[in-house]
Design a protein around this ligand. Structure first.
Ligand SMILES: [Zn+2]
Length: 231
């Protein structure tokens, strides 16, 4: 029975015949997205070239594309590379094989790809790739939006804390209550803040877990706020 043979991978060939990369590896986002997601389902029916390597003729086996879904084939070089590392490793990556150049050594391919799969660099690039795909698929806000939203939350929280602290100072001033006692810890101001914190989750968290360098509770800050309130 005649079987249909696959013409080649569905993704473009990124290497030239001399084994060098055909581009500067500065790919468009859509290109990266497609290269990672396009699996070569026809690999099992493709007629891979046979080459003499280490004592005998060898041919690349299609099973590697199933066992290692990140493996991509370059038609012009009859070599393979890792999509994730090719796309996401830096230009000064120490490892070149499978990253910026193809692997063509079929006598050692099993060992090389298995080691590559476990390598720290590959796992880190897979993490980058997963984040990239999540952003591309709209499942995760991009980093700038994420940072901006974290910043806005922090600003909002600090503003709320400052309002609570200022309200305590204004209350003491209106009632003619001294802000501080003989020591800074036992003053009316701090007692009032502790009372407010019973009904104010953000203030409570600030008083309990706040960064000691930015508590806004020192006599200097109190005096500054009193000065501002008086303006
Ligand atoms: Zn890799």
């Amino acid at each position: 029975m005649a079987s249909t043979t696959s013409a080649g991978p569905p993704y473009p060939d990124l290497f030239r015949e001399d084994g060098t990369c055909a581009s500067s590896r500065a790919y468009e986002d859509n290109f990266k997205h497609n290269l990672m997601l396009q699996q070569w389902t026809g690999a099992s029916t493709f007629k891979f070239p046979t080459r003499y390597a280490q004592t005998r003729f060898r041919t690349l086996q299609a099973k590697y594309f199933v066992d290692f879904p990140w493996l991509r084939y370059s038609l012009s070089t009859d070599g393979v590379y890792c999509a994730q590392c090719h796309l996401f490793s830096g230009p000064d990556s120490r490892v070149k094989t499978l990253v910026s150049s193809v692997l063509r050594d079929w006598s050692n391919i099993a060992k090389i790809v298995a080691n590559h799969a476990k390598s720290e660099a590959h796992l880190a690039n897979c993490d980058f790739a997963d984040t990239f795909l999540s952003v591309m698929n709209g499942n995760q806000p991009d980093m700038m939006r994420k940072l901006s939203s974290q910043y806005n939350t922090l600003v909002k929280k600090n503003r709320q804390i400052m309002i609570s602290i200022t309200e305590a100072i204004i209350f003491c001033a209106k009632q003619n209550i001294a802000l501080r006692g003989h020591d800074d810890d036992g003053g009316n101001f701090k007692a009032l803040l502790s009372f407010q914190a019973k009904h104010d989750r953000v203030l409570k968290d600030h008083l309990t877990n706040g960064d000691p360098r930015s508590m806004y509770l020192s006599p200097d800050i109190q005096n500054e706020l009193i000065g501002l309130c008086g303006k």
